[in-house]
Design a protein around this ligand. Structure first.
Ligand SMILES: [Zn+2]
Length: 247
């Protein structure tokens, strides 16, 4: 199973650096985790049509490029309709509302929306998916992807709590948001993680490898990696677009 970082910026894209998006390939199948702004173009350099998409939540930095994929498949690939999209309940309604379309629209045939939440499992080609609760300001999922005997866990956006540590237990690779740096203040924003918390979580879960991602673009990634490394003594990297990792 191979992970390719399509985009890793937290919150907003910058030049050459899309927001959240990851390509997971195994046994000839391709799964895309999140499609933030810029991710569609990055994906096209590798895959024209993914076999499935997981959207962790409805925030724009994780899902707006589904509109680009919708148009490309709708008008450019009539045989490619029916792409499974796993996402928290209500996400397809938000897309339909934005487009001001009803249930008959091609949106619902180009994509096969499949609402998922904590405890749900899905099988797709070589991929075994399991979803857990993310502690975020809107319904959001943590995603475990297992294929070819390896397992990757992607946090999406989450604060402390939820199912991330449980799902990450013993995983081969933890791809985890680390939106903030330093010591969390008492009035900390509860729906994102600090880099030190991510390191502690990776250590507690026994993750074999850690990649921090979703840093706010103004932060120095070296500081985040250092803060995580204080708590976790396994290999740590910062996700950058184009990075490829054999899980
Ligand atoms: Zn985000």
């Amino acid at each position: 199973m191979r992970l390719t970082v399509l985009g890793s910026n937290g919150t907003y894209p910058t030049a050459g650096r899309p927001a959240s998006g990851y390509l997971v390939a195994a046994s000839g199948s391709n799964l895309v985790l999140d499609m933030g702004p810029g991710v569609y173009l990055s994906m096209l350099e590798r895959v024209r049509r993914p076999d499935a998409v997981v959207l962790s939540h409805v925030h724009p930095d994780h899902c707006v490029d589904l509109f680009a994929l919708l148009a490309a498949i709708r008008f450019g690939d009539p045989d490619g309709w029916g792409i499974p999209v796993f996402a928290p309940p209500g996400l397809s309604d938000r897309f339909a509302a934005f487009l001001a379309v009803d249930a008959d629209h091609a949106l619902h045939r180009v994509f096969d929306f499949d609402p998922v939440g904590p405890g749900d499992r899905r099988r797709l080609g070589p991929f075994e998916l399991e979803f857990g609760e993310a502690n975020h300001s809107v319904p959001a999922v943590v995603t475990s992807v297992e294929a070819e005997g390896r397992r990757l866990v992607y946090s999406g956006d989450t604060g402390p709590g939820g199912d991330l540590e449980r799902l990450a237990a013993g995983c081969d690779l933890l791809l985890c948001e680390a939106a903030s740096q330093g010591d969390p203040p008492p009035d900390r924003y509860p729906y994102h993680l600090y880099a030190g918390e991510v390191g502690a979580l990776a250590a507690a879960a026994g993750a074999r490898r850690l990649i921090v991602t979703h840093l706010v673009p103004t932060l120095d990634p070296a500081v985040s990696v250092h803060e995580a490394a204080v708590e976790y003594d396994g290999p740590i990297d910062h996700a950058v677009p184009g990075m490829e990792v054999d899980v």
